[in-house]
Design a protein around this ligand. Structure first.
Ligand code: 13P
Length: 249
């Protein structure tokens, strides 16, 4: 069965106190109003344990993890450390990591394996920049990202991976992909998975849309058969907006 997921990527926002408050508000709402959608929040690394302690009805994710398992890597945070905070998910390959920190698909392949080894679930982000879409190259770009980072996995490993399609031109810009553009790419991603792994892997794969998703457009996006939820940035920083997006299902 394909899981529906809405994840809030808080990026580099929220003090510890504000983060605990926001997490508690969202958690409390879904404790009282249970949903079949898996709700995930992704605060900064240093807030994971404290924010995690206030959660009972929603899940916890990191926004990144190291490309090495342990040792002399000053400033890095390993998958094992993330696991020890109680988190269940790790966002990997966000376009901001790719653009500002030079992460590429080969590095991400290593990170995905380390995360899976710890029993954590990677939320693997892919997506094209505007120039690539305008050149009609967006399908190839996404195909390369997915192939390079995920195609060495077994079907069992892939079963623990979530894919997030985030067209870079839609992130934080207020310009959302149209429901048709999202559906088209999500169906394409599922097709690539189907061609490489078996039918079950493709059918079970949760594919999230991310990029200026908000309460006013979430319903139209989530209505599509291949859009299984969202990865939310700005709108995840306000409990009311985040909850409204989840309720769009
Ligand atoms: P926005 O929702 O702010 O566009 O960000 C999307 C995103 O990057 C989620 O990871």
């Amino acid at each position: 069965m394909r899981k529906l997921i809405v994840a809030g990527n808080w990026k580099m926002n929220m003090t510890l106190q504000d983060g605990i408050k926001l997490a508690a508000e969202v958690n409390e709402f879904f404790k009282k109003n249970p949903t079949e959608v898996e709700v995930i929040i992704a605060p900064s690394y240093i807030h994971l344990p404290d924010v995690g302690r206030s959660l009972s009805s929603i899940s916890l994710s990191a926004q990144n993890s190291a490309s090495e398992s342990a040792g002399a890597f000053t400033g890095e945070v390993s998958a094992e450390m993330i696991k020890s905070t109680g988190a269940q998910y790790v966002i990997l390959g966000h376009s901001e990591r790719r653009t500002y920190y030079g992460e590429d698909d080969n590095l991400l392949r290593r990170k995905i394996i380390l995360v899976l080894e710890q029993g954590l679930k990677p939320i693997f982000c892919c997506g094209e920049i505007l120039a690539e879409r305008e050149a009609g190259n967006h399908f190839n770009v996404v195909k390369n990202q997915v192939e390079t980072s995920l195609f060495d996995l077994s079907a069992d490993e892939l079963d623990n991976v979530v894919i997030a399609y985030e067209p870079v031109w839609a992130i934080g810009t207020g310009v959302t992909a149209s429901p048709d553009q999202a559906q088209e790419m999500h169906a394409y991603i599922r097709e690539i998975i189907r061609a490489k792994f078996e039918e079950t892997a493709a059918e079970n794969m949760t594919i999230l849309y991310g990029g200026s998703c908000k309460p006013s457009n979430a319903r139209e996006l989530f209505k599509n058969p291949d859009v299984d939820g969202g990865l939310i940035g700005g709108a995840a920083l306000k409990a009311d907006d985040f909850i409204a997006i989840i309720q769009s299902f």
